[in-house]
Ligand binder design. Structure first.
Ligand code: UDP
Length: 458
């Protein structure tokens, strides 16, 4: 007898934040359409929102587990990361055991695919005797940075005493075509709280273990985007961009309801005219900066579609626009609480994306040939900004540093420059071609994904 032909069953666990759930769920949908049974594990906090985001029947199955936190604790910086790292493994292990030790009515779980930022799940796969796959929803460059932490400590670029504080302020590039990053913008150092900084550094170091021992490390990026990172971390398999458009489907897993009329509004705007503005699911601007952005957009005199999440201004409750702004820009712009961003960025009316440079936003922009104005806030967003501005040269950065308030005339001037720069636009369109090629039959990401699926079926 040859190998058993039982249906493969994988369990997938995302970090319960928007930018992590969307790409892993996208992968789940792809795998499910290839006949793989997928069970997607959410924490209770996000479960209903994820399930409600799906239109109609889903091939992906869902289960939900508690994260062990009291509601108020979720707002304490670092608590969610800690809980996910320490509590989730036990819950996931119990789920796998329940299925695999149970009667034969379930197909046994043969593989655990987990968000790379929860490296503690690698041990669960090992303890339950199943395969282990780490999924990276960020740039491979982020993982390369994590793998280099011991070297950064040895070389005296960061210190070990105060949680990786930079000791050297020279910009660092680990290899040609890698982002050029100032050590003050290393992921852990972009948060203000030292305890959180230490937690991020420790978690990144611990995750290196799973990276070096997982059966596969798959990344939602393309090798053509990151050749340097691909050389420095050959254990990474590039399968991105994982976008719903590759499946001719609508993106799933969104925590918020998107505005239904944005696309129709875009239809009414001239080609390549609209400034799309979004800071993703989590980043916030202070009230003063928010007002400057509003005035800068108004001053461009260009149509704009601006995502202002209802929670965009926690200090003052609801977002506060400058006096008279909403009235004056009624026919110029559209402000929405959440957009169908993947669709918006593929619309021909969009000329420029003012973005916080989250990795998903970056991939979505690059895949659609939309030049960017970069406004990173924290985490890996500075790494992504460097890719966009220094390496791929498909965008401009707003300022050299964070923490300052950008004046409205500078915002307007930079938007004008992005929209008017034909070379930027040309490079963005070239990169779109490269990305499309990689994701289509014969392309690297396409082939890698195919190989991965074959392995899952074995
Ligand atoms: N997104 C969306 N509508 C919005 C804002 C964001 O659909 O109005 C999606 C966006 O397409 C992306 C994700 O939310 O897939 C945000 O991920 P990203 O990595 O860009 O940023 P994060 O939210 O993790 O900071």
């Amino acid at each position: 007898m040859g190998k058993s032909h039982a249906q493969a069953h994988i369990m997938m666990v995302a970090f319960p934040m928007q930018g992590h759930v969307i790409p892993l769920l996208e992968l789940a949908q792809v795998l499910a359409t290839h006949g793989i049974r997928t069970t997607f594990v959410n924490t209770d906090m996000v479960h209903d929102r994820v399930v409600n985001s799906l239109a109609g029947e889903s091939l992906v199955g869902f289960v939900s587990v508690p994260d062990g936190l009291e509601p108020h604790e979720r707002y304490v910086p670092g608590k969610l990361t800690e809980a996910v790292y320490t509590i989730l493994p036990g819950k996931v292990q119990a789920l796998i055991r329940e299925i695999n030790d149970g009667e034969d009515r379930h197909i046994k779980v043969s593989c655990l695919v987990y968000d790379q930022s929860i490296g503690s799940l690698h041990q669960v796969a090992r303890d339950t005797g199943i395969r282990s796959v780490a999924f990276l929803p960020a740039a491979a460059a982020l993982l390369v940075l994590g793998l280099h932490i011991p070297q950064l400590l040895r070389d005296g670029i960061i210190d070990d005493q105060v949680a990786g504080n930079p000791l050297d302020s020279s910009p660092l590039q680990l290899a040609p075509t890698m982002p050029i990053v100032n050590p003050t913008h290393f992921v852990w150092h972009t948060v203000r709280n030292t305890t959180l900084q230490k937690l991020i550094l420790d978690v990144m170091r611990q995750n290196n273990h799973s990276i070096n021992s997982a059966d596969w490390v798959i990344c939602n990026s393309a090798r053509d985007l990151e050749p340097g990172a691909s050389t420095l971390a050959p254990q990474i398999t590039f399968v991105g961009p994982l976008l719903a458009s590759n499946r001719l489907a609508d993106s799933a897993g969104q925590f918020y309801q998107h505005d239904k009329d944005s696309l129709e509004w875009l239809d009414q705007q001239p080609p390549s005219s609209v400034i799309y503005v979004s800071f993703g699911s989590y980043a916030i601007l202070g009230p003063a900066q928010f007002q400057k952005l509003a005035l800068g957009l108004e001053l461009t005199n260009r149509p704009f579609l601006w995502v202002v999440r209802p929670d965009a201004m926690p200090e003052v409750g609801k977002p506060e626009f400058p006096n008279g702004f909403l009235e004056r820009t009624k026919s110029q712009g559209r402000i929405v609480g959440w957009a169908n961003q993947q669709k918006v960025l593929s619309h021909p009316s969009v000329a420029c994306f003012v973005s916080h440079c989250g990795w998903n936003s970056t991939l979505e922009s690059v895949s659609n040939g939309v030049p960017m104005l970069c406004w990173p806030c924290y985490a890996d967003q500075f790494i992504n900004q460097s890719y966009i501005c220094d390496i791929w040269r498909v965008g401009l950065q707003l300022g050299r540093d964070n923490g300052v308030i950008f004046p409205f005339d500078e915002i307007k001037e930079k938007i004008d420059r992005v929209v008017g720069d034909e070379e930027l636009k040309g490079r963005a369109l070239q990169l779109k071609e490269v990305m499309g090629h990689g994701a289509r039959e014969g392309g690297t990401s396409y082939q890698n994904l195919k190989n991965f699926i074959t392995w899952l079926h074995e």
